[in-house]
Write a protein that binds this ligand. Sequence first.
Ligand SMILES: O=C(O)[C@H](CS(=O)(=O)O)OP(=O)(O)O
Ligand SMILES: [Mg+2]
Length: 236
Amino acid sequence: MLPLYDLRGRVAVVVDILRATSSIVTALASGVTHVFPVAELAECQALGAQHGCLTAAERDGRAAEGFDLGNSPFGYLDGVLPVRGRAVAISTTNGTQALRRSLAADAVVVGAFLNLGAVVEFARAQQKDVVVVCAGWKGKFCLEDTVFGGALAERLADSFDVSSSDATLAALHLWQQAKGDLHGYLLQSAHVRRLNSLEANKDFAFCLRVDEYPAVLPIWREDRLVALQHEVARTL
Ligand SMILES: O=C(O)[C@H](CS(=O)(=O)O)OP(=O)(O)O
Ligand SMILES: [Mg+2]
């Protein structure tokens, strides 16, 4: 098992804009019933067999062989494989690892630009510190996840002290630089260059759509992610 981040007493918003958390939000928005995010490919396959669910896997930006889907949000949108009413086990290079490592938090939700509004509503209703867990890339900083943290901080500035940490302030400043042309700004990032080389420009553009699914909030329950409806989140 992966070592856990010490998030006890806090709420974790796990973010991997490119592309794991964007794909998970899209999956639930497309009628997937629940998602099992796992660290290892073998575990992903085993869950697929055990639950009769779809499997999605990616390593180093490429769809892993022997799985139903890769890590593209379009896998849930293009209609090639019917996904409505199905569950999905998923394993990716960074995003599902970050999710598994965040499970010590009091609540774990999934964030992306696609569901920013749902994350904002949920975070506002919490009486606890909210930590944005940026998946990054293989243990390193990445621009797109941090810029998302800044977007969240800006929307929460009326209810949280966003200047209480340098990390939050830095993220906010990056977002303020980026938001006028998010696409152009993130074209500089290493991951976008990697995705470009894998001909995934379409995924990049899609993952930057803000509030495409403003009512979809994936939340960890027992051993899986399920969609918590926006209206419910507001009353928690
Ligand atoms: O599929 C992705 O976008 C990345 C692959 S990598 O970072 O280029 O190795 O995986 P993710 O877990 O979504 O960061
Ligand atoms: Mg990533």
